[in-house]
Design a binder for this molecule. Structure first.
Ligand code: ATP
Ligand code: F6P
Length: 327
């Protein structure tokens, strides 16, 4: 393969730049021409495509966001949109692609391959860590560290004012950020979409805290759970515990930004190099991942359809540390 493209798609994630850098430098090392595609699938459709060189990725390993920009593309969800994207790739002579993105981006890549035969190798870039075939995704570690920093700060106020704080973290429908940041932040309760926790469960946990003479509590709520948002849950709890001093903080996009952690820079670099080397070695429709510290390739089909389960060990730990272990 002589000429290949790279793009970032879906939500940005800290470490995406380190991954782009690895793809570009890896391609050049192997003698391939490398083209950057801006704004994900939208840029592919529009032909927002340019040749990259080693210097194009200088001084970016430490930066959050993505120099290639990102987008969620409704046009690529249509057959016509994908045909236009294919025509643009033909025009630029691009024979294969590295897609840095989440499960949605990989679903698009799979359909694109089936329709037009363009080989794509994925590198999992999303803070959600919801992709099978890799222990961690690019950006997850940084997002958890950002969440912990915020939780630690909020705990100061919770403690000073004897308050109950509901802190909502991202993750779409995955509780990975919630459970890890909850454990590191010493949360009294963690609500994840993978496990149903009712408002009654929350109240019972808070009453348990009160019996233990705890005067403040931190409850981590993963977005996407069936009990609703942190604001909704806090409202329902307040209706039942009228005397409680309750506050809500939604961390939101702060979790997606900032300089990537050392762990994310390494992970992104490994996955980026592995993705481009896989592509240049004729792999198609696979995702580069790291499992048990080993580089692995997983069929994209598996990466997007197999549900990565949340470790029950971690959930059990939160209960044990807060004296809620049922014998
Ligand atoms: N079924 C599909 N068919 C074609 N394209 C798709 C499909 N699903 C997703 N895509 C394309 O991939 C893009 C990115 O997907 P999505 O918005 O779900 O983000 P993601 O890759 O899952 O990243 P993140 O996890 O950060 O949200 C979509 O905007 C769309 O262009
Ligand atoms: O930035 P947007 O498009 O609002 O998307 C937010 C979603 O993207 C993510 O940050 C990454 O997938 C999710 O955690 C969140 O649900």
């Amino acid at each position: 393969m002589k000429r290949v493209g790279v793009f970032t798609s879906g939500g940005d994630a800290p470490g995406m730049n380190a991954c782009i850098r690895a793809v570009v430098r890896g391609a050049i090392y192997h003698g391939a021409e490398i083209y950057g595609i801006r704004y994900g699938y939208n840029g592919m459709i529009k032909g927002d495509i340019f040749e990259m060189n080693s210097h194009s990725v200088s001084n970016i390993i430490q930066k959050g966001g993505t120099i290639l920009k990102s987008a969620r593309s409704t046009k690529f969800m249509t057959k016509e949109g994908r045909k236009k994207a294919y025509d643009q790739l033909q025009k630029f002579g691009i024979e294969g692609l590295v897609c840095i993105g989440g499960d949605g981006s990989f679903t698009g890549a799979k359909i694109f391959f089936e329709e037009h035969g363009v080989p794509i190798v994925g590198a999992p870039g999303t803070i959600d860590n919801d992709i099978y075939g890799t222990d961690f995704t690019i950006g997850f570690d940084t997002a958890v560290n950002t969440a912990i920093e915020a939780i630690d700060k909020i705990r100061d106020t919770a403690d000073s004012h004897d308050r109950i704080f509901f802190i909502e973290v991202m993750g779409r429908d995955s509780g990975y950020i919630a459970i890890r940041s909850g454990i590191c932040g010493g949360a009294e309760l963690v609500m994840v979409p993978e496990l149903s926790t009712s408002v009654e469960d929350v109240i019972s946990a808070l009453e348990n805290e009160k019996r233990r003479s705890k005067t403040s509590s931190i409850i981590i709520v993963a977005e996407g759970g069936e009990a609703g948002s942190a604001i909704e849950i806090a409202g329902k709890v307040k209706n039942k515990l009228k005397e409680a001093d309750i506050r809500v903080t939604t961390l939101g996009h702060v979790q997606r930004g900032g300089a990537p952690s050392a762990k994310d820079r390494i992970l992104a670099s490994r996955m980026g190099l592995s993705a481009i080397e896989g592509l240049l070695n004729s792999r198609k429709n696979v995702m580069a991942g790291v499992m048990k510290d080993e580089l692995v390739y997983t069929p994209i089909e598996h990466a997007i359809t197999i549900k990565k389960s949340l470790s029950r060990d971690l959930l059990r730990m939160v209960d044990i540390f807060n004296n809620r272990y049922k014998r």
